[in-house]
Design a binder for this molecule. Sequence first.
Ligand code: NAD
Length: 371
Amino acid sequence: MRIAVLKERANGETRVSATPETVKKFIALGAAVAVESGAGEAASIADADYAAAGAEVVKDAAKGADIVLGVQGPDAKALKGANAGAWIVAGLDPFGQRGRVDNYAKGGFEALAMEFMPRITRAQSMDILSSQSNLAGYKAVIEAANLYGRAFPMMMTAAGTISAAKCFVMGVGVAGLQAIATARRLGAQVSATDVRSATKEQIQSLGAKPIFVESVAGIEGEGAGGYATEMSEEYQKAQAELVSGHIAKQDIVITTALIPGRAAPRLISDAQIASMKPGSVIFDLAVAQGGNVEGSKPDQVVVRHGVKILGYSNTPAKLPADASALFARNLYNFLSAFWDKEADRPVLDEEIGNAVRLTQGGKVVNERLLG
Ligand code: NAD
């Protein structure tokens, strides 16, 4: 069993899909690991560190590989020389990169999309969306604080008192929860909202104030598979009214709302931005999925009505060392959980295998892509 670790080629991608720690662990399972030279450079991992962990550091890592690891989906060129039927294990952006998925099928690869990992307890440690969103939620607050022309905590000084920043977090999934915790640690007064009723208690347990639509029912409990769906027009209207009343008093807004397989819901309109104080900051974590905020643009600070709006196309890539460490562990936890000693390779079960497998035997086989 030969595992290849590729250098990422996508613009702005700084992460790497294996670390010396996971390389060692794969070798302990009985695999050989080939790392493309320079793969860890942007995450501060030198070729020599991989070599010390037991990897071969080579130019054409995919050659002879049975499993190819990536952060993002590799293109055909990077896969040159991989064995017939080799697995591609990465974040494959299956809806956004459908053409590439079709090419994996044509190439005879078995593509496994890690973002399709089911939200079940035993898969938690394999979930790249959770591990990366958690860091993104943290970074969003840090970046917003950096752009904000005032301090977050209340400060009583000899020259007078500085009041605490008011921070509003919209969307309380993994990223939102970490954003709340980070803003609280920095000393902000935090409030938060979501469409899933289960998040109310989570918001309170972090010491923040829940702001919820009460007139129209949201999603009971966690929602299907822990995910939100698109809300009714009636709910959207009630939510817009609620946000309008709240947002004008906020200094920092962090938006994180996503709906799997769809464009991000629009949560903040230009008119609502206009109601905010000049100097306020909005960080749109959903900007790469279409954005929660009207006018937000990936990787640019847009100023509207004196309010600064920012969002990154790839937020976890701004924390390459930690993001890589967690991503690499997710991949290791996944492959090692299914490692079959006799077959000397991982053998997936139906529940997780069918959820993540996009292509097999020359065809696209995943229900979410076919249906
Ligand atoms: P996500 O990234 O899909 O969405 C972010 C948040 O936006 C969600 O909380 C969602 O409800 C919210 N949202 C969507 N539309 C909205 C709207 N119009 N207005 C306001 N908020 C809106 O979510 P996520 O971070 O992936 O997490 C969702 C849930 O899944 C969480 O409860 C999390 O704990 C759970 N989860 C479970 C596992 C597991 O068990 N393996 C793994 C990851 C996440």
